[in-house]
Design a protein around this ligand. Structure first.
Ligand code: BJW
Length: 266
């Protein structure tokens, strides 16, 4: 759809009780967080098999942690962009709302989203392989690699790697909401990674109004009632009406101590 074409989304949102949003790496791209696929994506430069599988971690936990430490340093400098803010704004104007994110960067929470499931975990949490305890960890950079738990056990990033099951409660909540919502927005995901990629078609089959925002066509495009091609940070605020509001960057201070107060937006 061109930016000038009228969108029926506004009307649909005004009538909807239940609104869902599925996000992927593209929603954080304008904040400076790299996506995974495409020519600038992480998987263009690095092999997922070496860095994002349980086998890779068993083989070389230091290498995997060095990669995650680098990404944590990069993300620590990033701030939410207008797309994150638009989604937090939409939550506030919806009777019932669920943000289903595949992102691990924590930027949605910083932007003010609260009704949210993180399907692929969170890069700011670690999990001990010995005692199974999960804790927040904002050390940037990590003082020791690989990091260790107080119990001496090896810590791993609390994210979901290929071949691993998604958190069952989060997944169930996402599927239940997709089956019962009236509006389902899909923002900045290539929609190739399962099971998250199935959610839009489930919602569509169950009668939801399906809207996509992405730089380019995806497998969701043929299913969508509306497909908006362009930057989420430009399109989403207009679509949901958050472009009439101003937000201070001080609203988005996140970590106890960030290496620099600057945004790493390009
Ligand atoms: C913009 C933009 C701008 C850019 N504005 N748009 C069925 C069929 C086939 C395979 C499978 C299947 N079921 C399971 C599988 C295997 C596998 C899978 O799906 N593989 C496919 C790739 C083939 N899935 C799994 O392994 C999952 N586990 C599972 O299913 O377990 C089953 C099980 C059950 C019981 C016991 C045991 C097992 C787990 C998947 C985990 C994915 N993990 C990662 C890494 C997370 C941690 C980390 O960050 O380090 O998650 S991989 C990576 O891909 C990351 C992302 O969340 C995920 C999705 O990527 P996303 O977000 O869509 O990013 P991109 O880069 O792909 O796309 C960005 C998009 O944004 C693009 O479209 C751009 O155009 C757009 N964009 N700038 C708007 N400014």
């Amino acid at each position: 759809m061109s930016p000038d074409e009228p969108s029926a989304l506004w009307e649909r949102l005004a009538q909807a009780q239940r609104v869902a949003v599925l996000t992927g790496a593209g929603v954080s791209a304008e904040s400076g967080v790299p996506t995974f696929r495409g020519t600038d994506g992480l998987w263009h430069q690095y092999r997922a098999e070496d860095l994002a599988t349980p086998e890779a971690f068993r083989r070389d936990s230091r290498l995997v942690w060095e990669w995650y430490d680098w990404r944590r340093q990069l993300i620590a400098k990033c701030r939410p962009n207008p797309a994150h803010i638009a989604i937090a704004f939409l939550e506030r104007r919806s009777a019932e709302f669920l943000l289903i994110t595949q992102n691990v960067d924590g930027l949605h929470r910083l932007a003010g989203s609260t009704r949210m499931v993180e399907l692929h975990g969170n890069i700011w949490r670690v999990r001990c392989l010995e005692d199974g305890k999960t804790t927040e960890n904002f050390d940037v950079p990590l003082p020791a690699i690989p990091p260790r738990c107080d119990c001496g056990g090896l810590l791993r990033p609390d994210v979901i790697w290929f071949g691993e099951a998604l958190p069952p409660e989060a997944l169930q909540e996402a599927f239940d909401f997709a089956e019962s919502c009236e509006v389902f927005l899909v923002v900045g995901t290539s929609a190739v990674v399962q099971p998250a990629a199935s959610l839009p078609s489930i919602a569509r089959r169950r009668g939801a109004y399906l809207v996509e925002v992405n730089l380019e066509p995806t497998p969701i495009t043929p299913l969508a009632h509306e497909s908006h091609h362009g930057k989420a940070g430009d399109i989403l605020p207009r679509l949901v009406g958050s472009d009439n509001f101003e937000f201070r960057t001080s609203d988005f201070e996140m970590f106890p101590a960030t290496p620099s107060g600057d945004s790493c937006s390009p």
